[in-house]
Design a protein. Sequence first.
Length: 318
Amino acid sequence: MTEMNFTRITGTSEDIFAIEQIWNASVPPSVAITGDFIAYNLATNPIFDAEGVFVSIGERRIGLAILTSGVIAGEKENAWLELLCVLPDYQGTGVGKTLYRWIEDEANRRGAKHLRIGGGYRPFFAGIPDNLPAREFFAPFGYTDPSPRQEWDLVRDLASYQPMYPIQDPNATVRQLLPGDEPRLVEFINRAFPGRWALEVEDFLRIGGRISDFVGLQVGDLIEGFTWMTFADSVRPLNRYYMYYLPKPWGQIGPLGISKTVRGRGYSLPMIEKAILIQQASGVHGALIDWTNLLDLYAKFGYQPGRRYTVLQKRLQD
């Protein structure tokens, strides 16, 4: 094969367009990505740093790889392979293996101790989608767990949804949060879920995300639970969830959680249902809850398995 050349991905509009074109020519249409999705995922932020390369033969770009790694305390040892693809004409020629070696070398250079396929802070995928035959590709590089964890996207059409779970506690309410609730949400998320969720919520608000994209569980004077929603006009692009097989309009729910101090009081189902009803009232039909293994919980609301992901990760050399 003619010598391969590597160039850094810089995040320009030209590069984003090239990523979109190369990826979409390399994978099934069901996992196509869009420019706004790519730009959002790779935008500069205080949580992680993204690095990527194109590989070319002559003047033709034939593949790419993107890595992210944590830049804050508690995450500096973690890195994520976000995208790796090669155009069909060059698959099976060793280009993909070369790109993977670049990923692992870059992760090591950054001091990462753990490398996961997908699942970063602004993930392209929670893991390897079932319709991408990538698990076999990664096995020779040490991703050999015989029983890897599975995660799911769960889906349903909200057109026929009927309320089933009213809140019973007169001291508690579930409501869509309003402007002015931002400090209360931030206080709750740092108290109940310090770490990834707190970082993501604060980053979302930092870039102008709407507080009304959240449902809050209020017990007394405190927020004690949250459900995050995504709509067509949200800062988080809906295209991140690969909902092409669902009826439009689309809506997404997740993550969500309740503080330990009030668990077991029957708040979870009403809080989840409130988000469902808000999305239904906004006209959403195709609804998705992403990145979960709680199939039995969400079946209570009529959600069924959509896409499955296999989670692969490895420890890097010390």
